[in-house]
Design a protein around this ligand. Structure first.
Ligand code: PMP
Length: 461
């Protein structure tokens, strides 16, 4: 068979893809009929497809390409590391320089006494580590009944059996025997969708206090940890009311519950600080990181652990680890990515230039007839589509119908924007300049106008 390359006609690539490739989170038969879009190259914030179209990627891939596509330095580092030491494990009393250096760097960047790093290959398996680590921590401290982990409905923490159980996505729980035991979900701080007549600040407090209610109901001596994304990402970029996180922090401290911040999306500059915990004023015992850690150039994740938890865990053997924990090529790529983020002051750019400029533009979207809430935190943002913003109404159609239509309009305008139900979300590369943001916003507005027209045509408003 001839080699499969970028130069093949798109239809042939699509046929081969449909024949053999099962896509994640996809109705594969339907996609096979429609024809998948084949991405061939990328530079900065732009993808190129097999038809030569240039597409603005307002999602940074899957929220991960923080420094943008096409940085040669990362390719060079990967090639160098592959030649020098392509693999060695960190299990049996061995280590290597990329793992040492990356752990050291993460301990320097992470706030407080988060000084210890356990490596994984991505966010899901890092959260699996967290589940086992917090339960082992309590067992080693003589409290083996502290097993329950409290999470939130509509949270996303990964797709393995354990991390998918931690997450609060009902569509995932319906498949494959989830959730596992001893995971408890409380309501999310999504004021737009669920706040009713309550003021956002009161709603934030009420939702945080559900944690206390759950702890009292379950018994504090059974609860190991609470986990949350500083800003929910895959759930729809839900920015919590300001009152929410301080109250969660207070409750965790009161009942001696470990606090895990899932920073897989919020980490590495996305919210304008190194970590979303800093932006939201959270002091976690463990942070989950992945995605922006390597800007997606290599698969790597980690749990960054505080002194106390690491000390207890290290007092015995933690029977846990992955072949690719601290993979040398991935670690070297991540280090180079962190060097670029730091030396090019990309966080400063987010804070002083890109995020304020985007925030100003984003706020104007509420003038559009379809847009209710326009939420933003740093370089992640969402809009809630609604037929009636005064009432924060939902569409009469099946939830997600309008969001999907809008996403298709974006796609036709060569803009990647994702929908979560009828919420539209973005998480663009952090390196956008103001011209890039203007271009992105123009495509978003055009797509919204076309969605509005289409909804009128179909009588869906
Ligand atoms: N946690 C969060 C907050 C995420 O957004 C994701 C991925 N979207 C994960 C965990 C899982 O990461 P991965 O897909 O790398 O396993």
């Amino acid at each position: 068979m001839a080699a499969i390359t970028n130069h093949m006609p798109t239809a042939e690539l699509q046929a081969l893809d449909a024949a053999h490739h099962m896509h994640p989170f996809t109705a594969n038969a339907e996609l096979g009929e429609k024809g998948v879009r084949v991405i061939t190259r990328a530079k900065g914030a732009y993808l190129t497809d097999s038809e030569g179209e240039e597409i603005f990627d307002a999602m940074s891939g899957l929220w991960c390409v923080n420094i943008g596509y096409g940085r040669q330095e990362l390719a060079d580092v990967a090639a160098r590391q592959m030649r020098e030491l392509p693999f060695y494990n960190t299990f049996f009393q061995t280590t290597h320089v990329p793992a040492i250096a990356l752990a050291d760097k993460l301990a320097e960047l992470a706030p407080g006494d988060l000084n210890h790093v356990f490596f994984a290959s991505g966010g899901s398996d890092a959260n699996d580590t967290n589940i086992r680590m917090v339960r082992t921590y309590w067992a080693m401290k003589g409290q083996p009944d502290r097993k329950v982990i409290i999470s939130r409905k509509n949270a996303y923490h990964g797709s393995t059996v354990a991390s998918g159980s931690l997450g609060g996505m009902t569509a995932m729980h319906e498949q494959g025997g989830m959730p596992i035991p001893d995971i408890h979900h409380i309501n999310q701080p999504n004021w737009w969708a669920e706040g009713g007549d309550t003021a956002p600040e009161d709603f934030g407090l009420a939702r945080a206090r559900e944690l206390e209610e759950a702890i009292l109901e379950l018994g504090a001596d059974r609860v190991a940890a609470f986990i949350g994304e500083p800003v929910q990402g895959a759930g729809g970029v839900i920015v919590p009311p300001e009152t929410y996180w301080p109250e969660i922090q207070r409750i965790c401290a009161k009942y001696d519950i470990l606090l895990i911040a899932d920073e897989v999306i919020c980490g590495f500059g996305r919210t304008g600080n190194w970590f979303g915990s800093e932006t939201m004023g959270i002091r976690p015992h463990i942070m989950t990181v992945a995605k922006g850690l390597s800007s997606g150039y290599a698969p790597i994740g980690a749990s960054i652990v505080c002194d106390e938890v690491a000390e207890v865990i290290s007092s015995g053997e933690f029977n846990h680890g992955y072949t690719y924990s601290g993979h040398p090529v991935a670690a070297a790529v991540a280090l180079e990515n962190l060097r670029i983020l730091q030396e090019e002051n990309i966080l400063g750019h987010v804070r002083d230039v890109a995020a304020p400029y985007l925030a100003e533009a984003w706020a104007t979207l509420v003038d559009h007839p379809l847009v209710g809430e326009a939420a933003i935190c740093g370089m992640m943002a969402s809009i809630a589509l609604t037929p009636d913003k005064a009432r924060r109404a939902k569409f009469a159609s099946e939830p997600g119908t309008v969001g999907y239509l809008c996403r298709e309009m974006c796609f036709a305008n060569n803009l990647i924007m994702r929908h979560v139900g009828d919420r539209m979300i973005i998480s663009p590369p952090l390196i956008l300049d103001t011209g890039d943001i203007d271009e992105m916003m123009a495509r978003i507005r055009k797509s919204l106008d076309e969605t509005y027209e289409k909804l009128n045509e179909k009588g869906l408003l």
